[in-house]
Design a protein around this ligand. Structure first.
Ligand SMILES: Cc1ncc(COP(=O)(O)O)c(C=O)c1O
Length: 378
């Protein structure tokens, strides 16, 4: 059976939107200005404003945004940084690349977000920061995290790669910590047509240092100015900034569509072997980058859905500390990471993108409700 319902389908972006993006392409092409120019500055101001922060620093991708946020916040080799066991590997990798040591804590039941009790257990004299991931598009209990970090003297960096415009009481993801890191990878709620990322912050010194780190460590970004830090080449280009500026106008609508899809799944899926995520009472706090269920027969369910033409995905099939690239050196919660291990074995992401039709959502619901393990012949 060939797939008909995809995790993402960018070819469905409406024709008028595609026309607007083509016009952007033409304008940038004809401008002759391609990297870190006024369109980047304009988008930086727009996105920082949209997040309620003073500064935005456009970078090459979300992973670099985390690394640069850590470095600009003063994290240095030897420092320990707490990360959740369930996240994109990029979260942990960014910590490693900053020279710091990642320490992996477990997740909460129900939400799969970083668990504070586990984070408390991994604290040491060297712990300097927490990278809090707004997993699947959901804001954590930010008051509690800000209080936790303040109490323990830790820097809070938000990995908001999946949470564009998730908000609590009008405060957006990325604006709670010392710095927030966004990815604009195409699948993200606000996605480019290629790679892109941004650091947002209210701190002027961090913004200035992040600008240096993204551009070879150069002082002012001008050719010939001295290199103050051994920086990266991680620049946002004008084309992506133009696309992102245009797509920003559609973000609210796209987020609302994702919320509708999540509601339909939540109300429609009824299966004894499929556990639905616990959704927040405050709808604004979740932008449903991903809709993830758990099932003890996940792999069988996945095969059956694929047989009916429905693509699914796994976020994430391995807790980060189990990735071979980590080696055996990463410190984890001494109580273990049982919830993360169980989540990795049972999680299943269902299609949840803004161009999915209500009929397709219904098809997914019916396919899950019809699922009986007996259909599986492997
Ligand atoms: C939670 C999280 N953090 C970081 C990243 C890294 O972003 P990028 O792919 O733009 O480097 C991603 C993207 O996959 C992500 O989902």
């Amino acid at each position: 059976m060939s797939l008909k319902i995809w995790m993402n389908d960018f070819t469905r972006e409406p024709a008028d939107r595609q026309q607007a993006l083509l016009a952007d392409l033409k304008r940038v092409l004809h401008s002759g200005r391609y990297v870190l120019d006024w369109r980047v500055k304009c988008f930086e101001a727009l996105w920082a404003g949209a997040c309620g922060t003073r500064f935005g620093i456009g970078v090459g991708n979300g992973m670099d945004a985390i690394e640069i946020a850590l470095r600009a916040s003063g994290i240095v080799p030897g420092d320990e940084v707490i990360v959740p066991a369930i996240t994109a590997f990029a979260t942990l990798l960014a910590v490693l690349r900053s020279g710091a040591t990642p320490v992996v804590a477990d997740i909460e039941p129900g939400t799969a977000l970083l668990d504070r009790e586990s984070a408390r257990r991994v604290l040491s004299a060297r712990t300097k920061a927490v990278v809090l991931v707004h997993l699947y598009g959901r804001l954590a209990d930010m008051d509690a995290w800000v209080a936790f970090c303040n109490h323990h003297g830790l820097i809070l960096i938000e990995d908001a790669a999946q949470a564009h415009w998730a908000s609590v009481q009008g405060r957006a993801a990325g604006s709670f910590g010392l710095a927030g890191a966004f990815s604009f990878y195409p699948t993200k709620n606000l996605g480019a047509i290629g790679d892109g990322g941004m650091v947002v912050t209210n701190d002027e010194a961090i913004a200035a240092t992040a600008r240096q780190w993204r551009d070879y460590g150069r002082d002012s970004g001008r050719l010939g100015s001295p290199h103050l830090v051994p920086g990266l080449n991680s620049r946002l280009d004008e084309l992506q900034a133009a696309f992102l500026t245009t797509r920003l106008a559609w973000l609210q609508e796209c987020n609302d569509t994702r919320r509708k899809i999540a509601r339909a799944y939540q109300e429609g899926i009824r299966h004894p072997l499929v556990a639905l995520p616990a959704l927040p009472a405050d709808e604004a706090s979740h932008v449903h980058h991903l809709f993830v269920v758990n099932s003890p027969v996940r792999d069988a369910l996945r095969i059956c859905l694929e047989e009916r033409g429905i693509q699914t995905a796994l976020h994430y099939p391995l807790p980060v500390h189990r990735q071979p690239a980590c080696g055996a050196t990463v410190r984890i919660d001494p109580a273990g990471l049982a919830r993360a291990e169980a989540h990795a074995q049972t999680c299943l992401s269902l299609p949840c993108h803004p161009f999915l039709t209500p009929e397709e959502v219904e098809t997914v619901v019916e396919a899950i409700n019809d699922f009986s393990g007996w259909e599986v012949r492997v």
